[in-house]
Design a protein around this ligand. Structure first.
Ligand code: G1P
Length: 294
């Protein structure tokens, strides 16, 4: 490991957001699940803010039909801003939603063939650059954020990086799982990867938690990737095939993770973040205590 080596910086991130969000129906019938808010920010906004904090400039959304609200969210809302200005209202709350022209790019995943296929749909825009991936369902709260922690680790080791965290063994079959090698601080060498293994065959309880830094060669690997777990083209399978030819490390995220792809996780995230907000924590705490007594 040579910390003085200059790495090509991570400037691009891919956000696979084409999923139909069936677990949150009927809420997600007409709006994308990524637009569901945790308090007052949609999930996609948390992910984009985390990307920006890590120095990422170009956001590539892999969308599908019915997902245009995500792009609208990062546009300038001319009528809204004009009306608010005329009424003397501050616009700073909208600042993180106003993308620099050219920084939001969308491609369509026309058929739901899996996460690996969704990422492959962005290959022309990713080109020959290393890039990040964010799964917005996984809400990562930390200071610095998860991707910033990963970018810092990337400066040191380069290659491919995934964020991992430990879950109870009984839950591993819902995730991508790593076969861990040697560890040094937050970094663990990745010797193998398996998507959604049966509990008794999982190589560890360290799961891939929705953040990646990958080299562009993964696009070539995905090109001829067959179907894997669940009959889908799996990103995990393509990454597994790259181990050995490129450095591969896991970063144990120092922070909190909420699984906003599940209803209970979504409620937990809402409550946890509300309890941290200065403008509402006292009221929310009192409310929670009242509800628990009832
Ligand atoms: C995806 C990945 C899996 C990862 C998980 C994190 O699975 O394929 O490796 O652990 O996200 O949420 P999905 O939740 O799309 O089935």
């Amino acid at each position: 490991m040579n910390s003085s080596t200059t790495r090509k910086p991570i400037r691009k991130a891919v956000f696979p957001v084409a999923g139909m969000g069936t677990r949150f129906l009927p809420a997600t019938k007409a709006i994308p699940k990524e637009m569901l808010p945790i308090i007052d920010r949609p999930l996609i906004q948390y992910a984009v803010d985390e990307a920006r904090e890590a120095g990422i400039e170009q956001m590539i959304f892999v969308t599908g039909r019915g997902k245009t609200a995500i792009v609208e969210h990062f546009d300038i809302a001319f009528e809204l801003e004009t009306t608010m200005s005329e009424r003397g209202k501050a616009l700073d709350i909208l600042e993180p939603t106003r993308a620099v022209p050219g920084d939001i790019i969308t491609v369509r995943q026309q058929v739901p063939l899996g996460l690996g296929h969704a990422i492959w749909c962005a290959r022309a825009i990713v080109g020959d650059d290393p890039f990040a991936i964010f799964l917005p369902d996984e809400l990562m709260i930390g200071s610095p954020g998860c991707m910033k922690q990963m970018v810092d680790a990337y400066q040191e080791v380069g290659g491919n990086l995934i964020s991992v965290l430990e879950v109870p063994q009984a839950e591993v079959s819902s995730y991508g799982v790593i076969d861990p090698g040697e560890s040094r601080g937050a970094l663990t060498e990745v010797k193998g990867l398996v998507e959604k293994p049966p509990v008794d065959q999982a190589p560890s309880n360290k799961i891939i938690s929705g953040r990646y830094i990958l080299q562009p060669e993964v696009m070539r690997t995905l090109e001829n990737q067959g179907k894997g777990a669940g009959g889908e083209i799996q990103l995990t399978d393509a990454m597994a095939r790259m181990i050995g030819s490129q450095p591969f490390h896991a970063v144990t995220f120092d922070g909190r993770r909420y699984d906003c792809g599940s209803k209970v996780g979504f409620v937990e995230a809402t409550l946890a973040l509300a309890l941290e907000r200065e403008d509402m924590s006292a009221d929310v705490r009192a409310m929670a205590e009242r509800l628990l007594k009832a």
